[in-house]
Design a binder for this molecule. Structure first.
Ligand SMILES: [Zn+2]
Ligand SMILES: [Zn+2]
Length: 305
């Protein structure tokens, strides 16, 4: 079983029906519910479940699923970059129903078996964790490299934990003492923005999702360093590009990642995710769950159908 195992040569897409065990509410869902992407359908793209309909060798298998459904035949799909397929649908975001439901339909090629030692409560974080690991497929980090992660939310936390596995020296800068404490518990150095003494870093990861974070990120990359943009900051920004040219900064846009490195890290217990969980709501209390998730400072809200 794996990323390409379920795709027949004809390019026709085989799907499985997955019974959802847990689904995570993320900030993208909150934006979608406010109208982002003009999506009309069932939201939810972070899930763990088990296959209830599909090929016989998959039935009952606990799975997580990559969220970009490629066409299977374009140039990007053939290069294993279905997450950049121009004709893709995206679970719970674009032209495909998502996981805030009892069942969700997912192409077999997108499904990954969850190792037995990984609980549902851990596996439901595979998607955001894979996005964090994506950075390591885009840039080479070496032991001792000085890396700054801006933002102490879930994304910043997961990025810091993933990047730390490279041996680089990670510092997370954030505004919230409680969130920074959670990151510190996972073994990463942290700093409150109010204690910040400006200095320059080899690599800066922007994970705040705010325009002010972007500005701070730009001012902390050292000449010839790398700026990784990890949060899609909706809306337009006025950012001067001159410093990027003058300081010869490499800018990397980074979005979704492949699941295997994230699942491996969860299986090896190298990443801690369950402290994020604030509350698990039954699916029929979804409205209440979403409004809880929208409250500032809330950790992860999960839905259980
Ligand atoms: Zn998400
Ligand atoms: Zn395609």
């Amino acid at each position: 079983m794996g990323a390409t195992g379920g795709r027949p040569a004809t390019g026709e897409i085989q799907t499985a029906l997955v019974k959802v065990h847990l689904a995570g509410v993320c900030s993208t869902d909150l934006q979608i519910l406010k109208g982002y992407m003009d999506f009309a359908g069932v939201p939810g793209h972070e899930f763990v479940g088990s296959v209830s309909e599909g090929p016989s060798d998959w039935i009952g298998q606990r799975v997580v699923g990559e969220i970009n459904f490629g066409c299977g035949s374009c140039e990007n799909c053939r290069r294993d970059l279905s997450r950049h397929c121009p004709n893709r649908s995206v679970m719970g975001i674009l032209n495909a129903d998502g996981a805030f439901a009892e069942y969700v339909s997912v192409p077999l090629a997108n499904l990954y078996a969850v190792p037995e030692s990984v609980s549902d409560e851990e596996a439901v974080f595979t998607e955001p964790l894979a996005a964090a690991f994506e950075i390591l497929t885009q840039i080479q980090l070496n032991p001792g490299d000085d890396v700054l992660v801006l933002g102490d939310g879930k994304l910043g936390n997961l990025c810091a934990q993933a990047l730390r596995l490279s041996g680089a020296k990670i510092t997370v800068l954030g505004k919230h003492a409680d969130k920074l404490a959670l990151i510190k518990k996972a073994g990463v150095r942290t700093m409150l923005l109010s204690d910040w003494q400006p200095r320059l870093f080899e690599v800066v990861v922007e994970a705040t999702g705010s325009a002010s974070g972007l500005e701070l990120a730009l001012s902390t990359v050292r000449p010839r360093g790398t700026l990784v943009l990890k949060s899609t900051i909706a809306g337009n920004h006025r950012v001067s590009l001159a410093p990027l040219v003058i300081n010869e900064i490499t800018v990397i846009g980074s979005r979704c990642g492949l699941f295997p490195p994230a699942l491996d890290a969860l299986r090896e217990k190298r990443i801690s995710v369950t402290p994020f969980i604030e509350k698990i709501y039954p699916l029929h209390d979804g409205i209440e769950a979403v409004s809880h998730a929208a409250r500032p400072g809330t950790r992860k809200i999960l839905l259980e159908p």
